[in-house]
Write a protein that binds this ligand. Structure first.
Ligand code: ADE
Length: 234
């Protein structure tokens, strides 16, 4: 997957170039093209923003440098603007992008809003939650991380994305490793029983419990299996 990012702060993207995503970048499982749209300004001071028509506080990011930066790309794929007024990003979106897109282009604002006409250049406007950050860089990094880790060969253990939170519409079940007893805090007996049927049942029940306690909204439209309904009734 090729990912282009239009940003005023390309240095902010260093965290994507270490650890698992960094290794995957080296292995060319994905490709990151950082484009500073300030480089596409034509005035001596390299302004990317101006005062809003109609007056009011703050500045507005201009369309021209962003459009020129977009036009400089060989290809764009799906164009995404990160903004708090977008639809909320989730695991399904990450999965869909990982499965269906070969190229994504993110446009990051900073401090201020975009000229409305910038939105017309985007296929999607996406938010990472109901709070306002100083810029689109952190949201873009979150979305890139969530998407790229789902690409084939990026995670070492290819089984793990299947078992994790959200992938079955439930939060994850609790996990334990050695020691079996840490200062009196014990691992549930069932996990050491070797009874795989009982372990699977315990895990499903705990996943249901976690979801019911922490994210009941996730269960609202769920088609419960017969086993899930039985465990919930217990
Ligand atoms: N830019 C500023 N806040 C944001 C948010 N919550 N999601 C996406 N982009 C943003």
């Amino acid at each position: 997957m090729k990912i282009n990012v239009l940003t005023l702060f390309p240095d902010m993207f260093a965290p994507l170039q270490v650890s698992m995503l960094g290794r995957a970048l080296e292995d060319q499982k994905w490709n990151l093209n950082l484009v500073n749209f300030r480089d596409f300004t034509t005035d001596v001071h390299h302004h990317v923003d101006d005062t809003p028509y109609g007056g009011g506080a703050g500045m507005v990011l201009q369309i021209m440098p962003i459009k020129k930066a977009l036009d400089s790309l060989e290809s764009k794929g799906k164009v995404i603007i990160t903004a708090p007024q977008g639809k909320t990003f989730n695991q399904q979106m990450a999965q869909r992008w990982a499965n269906e897109e070969s190229e994504l282009t993110f446009i990051c604002g900073h401090y201020e809003g975009f000229d409305q006409r910038v939105y017309e250049m985007a296929d999607e406007v996406v938010s990472i939650g109901d709070y306002v950050l100083t810029g689109g860089e952190l949201p873009t990094m979150s979305m890139i991380d969530a998407t790229v880790r789902l690409l084939p060969g990026v995670l070492g253990n290819s089984a793990s994305p299947v078992e994790e939170s959200f992938s079955h519409g439930l939060l994850e079940y609790p996990q334990y490793t050695r020691p079996a007893d840490f200062e009196g805090m014990k691992v549930p007996d069932v996990l050491m029983s070797g009874n795989h049927g009982k372990i699977a049942e315990w895990r499903l029940k705990e996943a249901l419990r976690n979801t019911l306690i922490n994210r009941p909204d996730m269960l609202e439209n769920r088609d419960f299996s017969a086993e899930e309904a039985k465990l919930l009734a217990e």
